[in-house]
Design a protein around this ligand. Sequence first.
Ligand code: BGC
Length: 411
Amino acid sequence: MGSIFPKDFLWGAATSSHQIEGGNTNNWSKWEKETAEERAKNIPNWYAFPEHLLTEAKDPLRRISGMASDSLHRWKDDIKAMKEMGLNSYRFSIEWSRIFTQKGLVNEEGLAYYRNLIKELKENGIEPMVTCWHWTIPIWADEEEGGFLSKKIDIHFREYIRVVAENFAKEVKYWMVLNEPDSIASKSFLLGDWPPCKKNIFSAAYFYYFRMVEWHKIGYEEIKRVNPQAQVGVAKPNVYIEPYNNHIWNVGIAKLGHFLFGELYLKRILKYLDYIGLNYYFHMKVGIRGERNDNDRVSDFGWWMRPDSIFNVLVHLKQFNLPIYITEDGLADSKDQYRKWWLDETFEAMRKALRAGVDLRGYMHWSLVDNFEWAEGFWPKFGLVEIDPETFDRKIRKSGYHYRDLINQER
Ligand code: BGC
């Protein structure tokens, strides 16, 4: 029987600049150093990592991005691994602080890094998908321009996208202006866990529903100005929210959740959207008494694993009548014990979604390589490819080869 996946389906993996490149100086790298000790001491009890990761989790130095996965120097090895797994696409992000190390001055060296990467990817038949902003900002933008809550920064954001678009938008077809505006809004402005560590529900809502809408539009305009044929989307972390039981309150809460966090932002940017990028990690069961979990299969991160439920999210997104690319999907699994199962379940869910008429066009697994996982540092292992922390050598995990085999079956 033939495959239900379209012939030109994008099979890929995803990363972000701050998490893999190394050698970055931005608001995050500054915050990491200031807070590493404290974060290494206060390990939340919901993590479910195996014993062997405890030493790494408790080491403040492993909470600082430093050389990350050293992709700044080993990007050719990354491409080699992609080839070996048979990938035909790669999602990565451009680092604002690498392009504008200083305010108002374009850093040619930074541009050259991405130019070489894009060229090499294309020469190897790998379609680049570029994210413009995956959460970090230059220190000067943070300290002199008021940070990302301030409107003063918009002019610099536009300038950054203009430079990126003028350099790359003719050769790169797929763009995401923003990665997960939801996560940064909640972690940075509601929970106060990430820089700038504010806890204010009004700032969070303002940031999410206004600032992040504005930035998306700025990016869309600048990219389309250079290349009207470019496809511009957003990487949106939608979650399937299941009511705990059919109690009218629980059903109401789930509906409200889908509307506020799954739909509203997309509705606000709909006129400036060529496709939806879905980042999928969670399935939730909610009820009047809060969130419930009735499945004990959790990742090292402590996240409840329901890979099959991506089907529900895909079907929910069908209402927007736009092409959908899965721009992230994966798990922290240091022993590589669940990733194969996760991939099998996800492939089945994608097949089901295609049969249900979802216009699904690509799948990027998170992540290509083990990388720097924000506040947690290096202990969560999301990679299809394992990184040796001393030598930075790359080794494809068994599940990485399994992904290759699954892709081959569908080709
Ligand atoms: C983010 C990634 C992150 C991943 C796993 C996504 O929300 O875009 O940067 O590493 O989740 O936590």
